[in-house]
Design a protein around this ligand. Structure first.
Ligand SMILES: Nc1ccn([C@@H]2O[C@H](COP(=O)(O)OP(=O)(O)OP(=O)(O)O)[C@@H](O)[C@H]2O)c(=O)n1
Ligand SMILES: C[C@](O)(CO)[C@H](O)COP(=O)(O)O
Length: 385
């Protein structure tokens, strides 16, 4: 593990973004609600292997930076870039803190970079002065002339270059100092200076925003990757008392005793309700329907479950699954399980094949084994796409 290297990230964002178009340079344009550059910076700021973050900006963009991302300023070392990418990188290299061993040079216009890609580059820097991600070319390659295919180009050994490109600081500083200004990237500069650069596996989603259509592509990729999937669990117990029926998961079953509780004591429905609140991280039944409040005395539990399901919907989640296990010796649940699924699915507004009701005994052990009460355990899964 590379615990000894002090690594800085240099994010180059001084370009004009001519090909992408728009009123402001592409790095400041919004990508699902925040500037492209903010997405990029977040990835490096949250990576444990990255210390200093050097942001290279064009002096022409001081106002747009302050207006769109001013709150980032005190987390960064901001330096002025140049006319070419090479000169912008040079400015970044000059700003690395004393003691920095390695740098990751990354396009501000690649907002979808993932931590595991950064990890792969850092790992190779343990044994190489340079390391950079790339994707092997998989399409056939042609040469064209006048709108016609003029020759076939072998793709063997060809790669599409990505960033971040990582280097030992001293080595890339020396190489960059004499680099041609038209170099496409830092690997070109490094190998020009005779440095050994390892190729690490790139990521198909690590695209560079270059043309207008790339904003939509990037937004789609981000929306897929930010899918929020949550699982919550719930557990409840009610003791037996006088009565002639129990209500479990919305189904009333005749039985020589009843379940005691402030509400209708539907232990199964309470467990599912609490599982939904748990997935939302929004408290529990007691918090939403305090037992101290007389209006809930004897309340039907579908009120609670409906509230939890509505709350999930209001917060943008789809309830995709609920699973409850009733723990009791008696009554036997099997004959009623299907009716319970139907009723719970109806209340939650989801298909019955997304609702599971199971039962188990506790082998005559404990309070459920002694038939003093019934327990229920549940999970619920919520998805926000
Ligand atoms: N003088 C420059 C030129 C480019 N870059 C940065 O280098 C990255 C990759 O460059 P590219 O996609 O070519 O960006 P632009 O130069 O902005 O694009 P265009 O050529 O369409 O104007 C971008 O994050 C860009 O901001 C830079 O810091 N300084
Ligand atoms: C550095 C780079 O992102 C590697 O793929 C790329 O070369 C820079 O962008 P450009 O579009 O080639 O100017």
């Amino acid at each position: 593990m590379r615990t000894m290297m002090q690594t800085a990230a240099i994010i180059v964002a001084a370009g004009r973004g001519v090909r992408a178009g728009g009123d402001i340079p592409k790095q400041f344009q919004l990508l699902i609600g925040k500037p492209v550059l903010a997405h990029t910076l977040e990835k490096f700021a949250s990576h444990p292997g990255v210390g200093q973050i050097i942001l290279v900006l064009s002096p022409q963009d001081d106002a747009v930076f302050s207006a769109t991302m001013g709150d980032w300023a005190d987390k960064l070392t901001i330096v002025a870039g140049g006319e070419t990418r090479v000169s912008s990188v040079q400015a970044g290299l000059a700003a690395a803190n004393e003691g920095t061993d390695a740098v990751l040079i990354h396009d501000g216009a690649r907002p979808l970079v993932q931590h595991n890609l950064i990890d792969r580059v850092l790992a190779e820097l343990e044994t190489h002065p340079g390391a950079a991600p790339a994707m092997p070319v998989t399409d056939a390659l042609w040469r064209g002339d006048g709108g016609k295919v003029s020759a076939i180009q072998s793709r063997t050994g060809l790669f599409r270059a990505q960033t971040p490109q990582g280097f030992h600081l001293d080595a890339i500083r020396e190489a960059n100092a004499t680099a041609p200004q038209d170099a496409k990237d830092d690997v070109e500069i490094a190998i020009g200076a005779g440095l050994d650069v390892a190729i690490v596996e790139g990521d198909e989603t690590n695209i560079k925003i270059t043309h207008p259509g790339d904003f939509l592509r990037a937004a789609r990729i981000l929306q897929e990757s930010v899918m929020d999937i949550r699982t919550g669990n719930g557990f409840d117990v009610h003791r037996f008392g006088d009565g002639d029926a129990v209500t479990l998961c919305g189904v009333t079953i005749p039985y020589p005793r009843g379940l005691q509780g402030h509400s209708d004591a539907d232990v199964g429905m309470h467990a599912v309700t609490d599982a939904i609140y748990g997935a939302l991280a929004m408290g529990d039944i007691g918090q939403h329907f305090p037992p101290s409040d007389p209006q809930w005395k004897g309340a039907a539990s579908h009120i609670f479950l409906t509230h939890a399901a509505e709350l999930a919907k209001e917060n943008g989640f789809t309830l995709t699954h609920a699973d409850v296990t009733l723990i009791c010796e008696q009554p036997k649940i099997g004959p009623h399980a299907q009716a319970m699924r139907v009723e719970m699915a109806r209340i939650m507004g989801i298909d019955i094949d997304r609702v599971s009701v199971k039962a188990t005994t506790s082998e005559r052990l404990g309070f459920t084994g002694r038939e003093e009460g019934i327990a229920a355990s549940a999970t619920a899964t919520l998805v926000k796409a």
